[in-house]
Design a protein around this ligand. Structure first.
Ligand SMILES: [Zn+2]
Ligand SMILES: [Zn+2]
Length: 297
């Protein structure tokens, strides 16, 4: 899986480099005649390109956050856990080990979650990634195109990379469509750049549609403060983290507006304890919660 992922990342970089070459050299330098248009196209393109690549690299290179050491049970608790097989007893050992930890949401059976691979108690919204083989805080999904997990540490970078990717593709697609029309209507002389520009239009249009759908899906999740993993687990009706659109977005993008559109980490919180919203009052009645939501947050 890791090897396939590396190949996919290399293919993606190759494709990006080809599109870059066609737009900058074939379209802007060889085809567009007007100097003002050349400069405008190049400036807008490079601004979006740099922002997109910066966010993408930050998403790929930011290691996922793992649970802090305090979520590792003591050696005595671990020995007790290994010495028994009865589910009821095992759960009691875990509840005892988790007594001073900020764990409020349990699995559907109301049990404290434990990862036998990492030998850690799982904090709220933490899941084990089978590809990375570690527990990841606020795991969203493991992404093949990033060769990395998207979670608490890099979710903001991921959303921004997709958003700038959409804008870059729409801009490139629109400019290459304009040039393609000029070629077809003989307003531009036939040249060797014609075919690459039409190919560029097709590629960027396909990417724009795909990335826009991806962005829309993830933006809606961020608005509801729910991860892809939680969404696919069908826990929608038990979403205690929904604080309202504005607070939900601030949890990902931070409080300082000047950093909202830059890949600088300022997501709120620590990744293992989360403020809970109004829905908690109802959910509290459900067995999923053992402690009152305000206690210890
Ligand atoms: Zn794990
Ligand atoms: Zn992973």
């Amino acid at each position: 899986m890791r090897k396939i992922s590396r190949i996919v990342v290399l293919l993606l970089i190759g494709l990006l480099a080809t599109c870059y070459y066609i737009f900058v050299v074939e379209l802007c330098i060889f085809t567009v005649q007007l100097l003002e248009a050349k400069v405008t196209f190049l400036v807008i393109f490079h601004l979006l390109f740099l922002l997109c690549v910066w966010c993408y690299l930050r998403t790929v290179m930011t290691p996922p956050d793992v649970p802090p050491e305090k979520f590792r049970p003591s050696e005595s608790d671990k020995q007790l856990y290994l010495s028994d097989e009865r589910p009821q007893v095992l759960q009691e050992i875990l509840i005892h080990a988790a007594k001073d930890l900020p764990i409020y949401t349990k699995d559907p059976k109301g049990d404290v979650r434990y990862c036998t691979t990492c030998q850690m108690l799982k904090p709220d919204r933490c899941h084990h990634c089978p590809v990375c083989n570690i527990c990841i805080l606020k795991l969203d999904h493991h992404c093949l195109f990033l060769n990395n997990c998207v979670g608490f540490s890099n979710y903001k970078f991921f959303l921004l990379a997709v958003m700038y990717g959409v804008l870059l593709c729409i801009f490139t697609s629109a400019v290459s469509l304009y040039c393609s029309i000029l070629f077809w209507t003989d307003q531009l002389p036939n040249s060797s750049s014609k075919v690459p520009i039409i190919v560029l239009f097709c590629l960027t249009t396909i990417f724009a549609i795909m990335l826009f759908q991806l962005f829309l899906y993830h933006f809606k999740l961020a608005l509801r403060n729910i991860t892809d993993r939680e969404d696919s687990d069908n826990t929608e009706e038990f979403n205690p983290y929904n604080l309202g659109f504005s607070k939900n977005l601030r949890e990902v993008f931070g409080n300082e507006k000047k950093y909202w559109f830059l890949p600088i980490f300022n997501s709120l919180g620590d990744g293992f304890s989360f403020p809970m919203g109004e829905a908690t009052e109802d959910i509290e009645k459900n067995a999923a919660f053992a402690k009152p939501p305000n206690e210890g947050i």
